[in-house]
Ligand binder design. Sequence first.
Ligand SMILES: NC(=O)c1ccc[n+]([C@@H]2O[C@H](COP(=O)([O-])OP(=O)(O)OC[C@H]3O[C@@H](n4cnc5c(N)ncnc54)[C@H](O)[C@@H]3O)[C@@H](O)[C@H]2O)c1
Length: 312
Amino acid sequence: MRILITGGAGCLGSNLIEHWLPQGHDILAIDNFATGKREVLPPVPRLEVREGSVADVPLLERAFSEFRPDVVIHSAAAYKDPADWREDASTNVTGAINVARASEKAGVRRLVNFQTALCYGRPRQVPVPIDHPVAPFTSYGISKTSGEQYLMMGSVPTVSLRLANITGPRLAIGPIPTFFKRLQAGQKCFCSDTVRDFLDMSDFISLVDMTVKEGAPIGIYNVSTGEGHSIKEVFDEVVAYVGAKLDQPVPIVPPGGDDVRAMVLDPSATKKAFGWEARIGFKDTIRRQLDWYRSHGVSDVHSHLAAPRIPA
Ligand SMILES: NC(=O)c1ccc[n+]([C@@H]2O[C@H](COP(=O)([O-])OP(=O)(O)OC[C@H]3O[C@@H](n4cnc5c(N)ncnc54)[C@H](O)[C@@H]3O)[C@@H](O)[C@H]2O)c1
């Protein structure tokens, strides 16, 4: 297959590239390196990397017409500065429109988009079913929801995967890298009083493999174990893993104004459509992530939340 991946230098994009290259696919990654890093992509003949933004129509159209992709994975997203609404709108809305239009023009067979669970806002029901209304309230959530809606209006068969917290190589967001880095440095932590679902990269990739197959279902799907775990449970796993000795219990703080107390996605419609379900349980998922940090270290940790920040 010829696969074009926007945001290919990011966590999910680079893991998919690592998975697909040995299978003999030709890949073109487009990335502006806002949060991704060029050096994670190997200099090999079947992988081309172009630096640029999905907001840049001429760059995108040139890439699509020269590469002629069969499949497009839209993984680029802006989120690192919650106050930078213009950047979020430019990448997540205009960028999605540009990808949808360029895909139509190039006769792409299938388009796969990655969506944040923040599209559901503060859900009325947890686990959140796929037909729950969208109600985003952050710049990242609002812009990604709008982007998804444009993508789904396009004429290319499109799948949008609404994702749990995917863990795996190069994860640089969320509580696991934060706790690992701080506990190893002997720094204090706190846990927000929230619940999340965590999904191992191998489970995520096994579903993406199903979505790019000829004739696979299209539409919008939740991708999750369906199981919620508190951030304190994650903290406890990291404490046990690094063997940290705590002189007092970790503070549990209320979620920040732009956070959501419980977000767990219901994957039952995904299971029905694809016959897919997660195979790796919570403790193994966290342990596999910590094994990776132990051998590779933690890079900069990004967040799409404005608050709360961990005190020094
Ligand atoms: N990782 C998760 O658990 C998770 C959960 C929900 C949704 N998602 C979605 O999955 C996708 C990938 O997320 P990720 O975790 O790999 O994040 P990431 O930050 O590692 O990857 C995003 C990539 O997009 C690139 N990028 C940003 N703006 C761009 C632009 N204008 N043009 C081209 N490239 C641009 C970044 O440099 C980065 O390499 C995103 O769309 C995100 O919203 C991820």
